[in-house]
Design a binder for this molecule. Structure first.
Ligand SMILES: [Zn+2]
Ligand SMILES: [Zn+2]
Ligand SMILES: [Zn+2]
Ligand SMILES: [Zn+2]
Length: 434
């Protein structure tokens, strides 16, 4: 006698009579009677239950440290995946997490009850009870300030007696983010008032060299205070008696030959009695005056000014200097220096024949040559290194009497001043055939 199994899932609660009947596989109209009934009672499935986790963690901390917590791993009665929720006792909880680890930072001192519960990941309505609480006591962290302030290096190095000077330090950091205030030891026995702006103005009444220091503290907790500025971070200032004076401005022209159209560098020397940088300008003797140009590149007592004369001539040039910080401290114009500037002929360009025939004139044109003085020009052709006659025409011709490859150039000169010549053009390569 063979066995057969059937399956059914009832979706509602109740009592059901189950019977069975058989028939021949080959002759399906040959049937058995129904069997006697077996009664099956279907009840509600048991609800899912989740174990209550236990919480672990520290019980003390400060307002600047995140504290770590964990809990025991629990399971669902139906074997479903479980998630955890930590409640921090300050009205916040983290969002559900698969991890039994979490952490929290309390910003306010106090005592907080920390708990955890678990729920089914698929059926979040099935929750565990909340765990018993851990009581965490949070105290205010100790306030600290990173280090003494450093003086700002751009504070003046020199000043006159009774001249007001800007004094400043860089900000420093406080671990609780409280507002800090600063004060300065000005080196002559004076301590400035506290200021949150990190800047004060001060005028020393006696000549001398003074070391300036700064100090910072918490506005709300004045007992939290730094040391005074240390080591290389202090600032020294030298205070001079009397008014600032400048050395007379001196023009230095050491250029071998000054040509029109060429830029040259002119030097002005002066110097401040307070060591300030100065700026200088030059009157070029042709109606033009340069902008003010600061000293400092190459030393506080020297300024370099570039200029290009556009014409020849002899120019009476003079210079003037003033303090960069105190423009009303200004020198007289210097006495004049005669600067001879020679005429320049710009280098021409060349175009023209690159092939030719023996006995037939070939032609080239020089262009773009100009005299700085607007004088008329003459041109000469060079074939190889042989220069031919100067003519007033920029169009130059040559007749070759032998086949070969030749290099041709042109240069220009002033018709009035034949010793003023341009550079040569580039060479044109010319191939001459029979
Ligand atoms: Zn579930
Ligand atoms: Zn504070
Ligand atoms: Zn000055
Ligand atoms: Zn000329």
């Amino acid at each position: 006698m063979a066995e057969n199994w059937g399956e059914n899932q009832w979706s509602s609660v109740g009592t059901y009579d189950v019977k069975v009947q058989a028939r021949c596989h080959d002759h399906i109209d040959i049937l058995s009677e129904w069997s006697a009934a077996t009664t099956v009672t279907v009840t509600e499935a048991p609800a899912e239950t989740i174990g209550t986790p236990e919480i672990y963690g520290t019980t003390t901390g400060t307002t600047i440290e995140a504290l770590a917590f964990s809990c025991s791993v629990v399971t669902s009665s139906l074997g479903h995946t479980v998630m955890y929720v930590f409640s921090w006792g300050d009205g916040t909880a983290n969002s559900s997490t698969y991890s039994p680890n979490s952490g929290h930072l309390w910003n306010t001192p106090g005592t907080y009850d920390v708990r955890v519960m678990a729920h089914c990941a698929e059926h979040p309505e099935y929750e565990s009870d909340w765990s018993p609480a851990i009581q965490v006591t949070i105290t205010e962290a100790d306030e600290t300030i990173s280090s003494p302030p450093q003086m700002v290096s751009s504070v003046a190095d020199f000043a006159a007696v009774d001249e007001e000077v800007w004094v400043s330090c860089y900000g420093v950091v406080n671990n609780l983010g409280h507002v800090l205030e600063y004060r300065f030891d000005l080196g002559d026995g004076t301590i400035s008032d506290w200021t949150t702006t990190r800047t004060v103005y001060y005028a020393w009444s006696t000549a001398g060299t003074y070391t300036i220091l700064a100090q910072a503290r918490c506005v709300d907790h004045p007992e939290v205070i730094t040391d005074w500025t240390r080591d290389t971070y202090v600032h020294e200032i030298t205070i001079y008696d009397g008014l600032e004076t400048l050395l007379p401005a001196e023009l230095e022209v050491t250029i071998y030959e000054i040509k029109a159209f060429e830029q040259h560098t002119y030097v002005v020397r002066s110097g401040s009695s307070m060591g300030h940088r100065f700026e200088a300008r030059i009157d070029w003797g042709n109606g033009e005056v340069s902008d003010w140009v600061g000293s400092g590149y190459g030393g506080n007592n020297i300024a370099y000014i570039n200029y290009t004369y556009q014409t020849s001539g002899t120019f009476e040039v003079m210079c003037q200097a003033r303090c960069i910080e105190h423009p009303d401290i200004i020198t007289e114009w210097s006495s004049t220096t005669s600067v001879p500037v020679s005429e320049t002929i710009t280098r021409p360009t060349i175009t023209g024949d690159v092939t030719g025939t023996v006995g037939v004139p070939a032609t080239w044109l020089a262009a773009d040559a100009v005299s700085s003085d607007g004088h008329a020009l003459e041109y000469a052709l060079l074939v190889g290194n042989t220069e031919y006659d100067w003519t007033s025409s920029p169009t130059q011709q040559h007749t070759f009497d032998a086949a070969g490859t030749y290099y041709v150039r042109i240069r220009a000169r002033c018709a009035e001043h034949p010793d003023i010549t341009s550079g040569y053009t580039d060479s044109v390569r010319v191939v001459i055939t029979d």
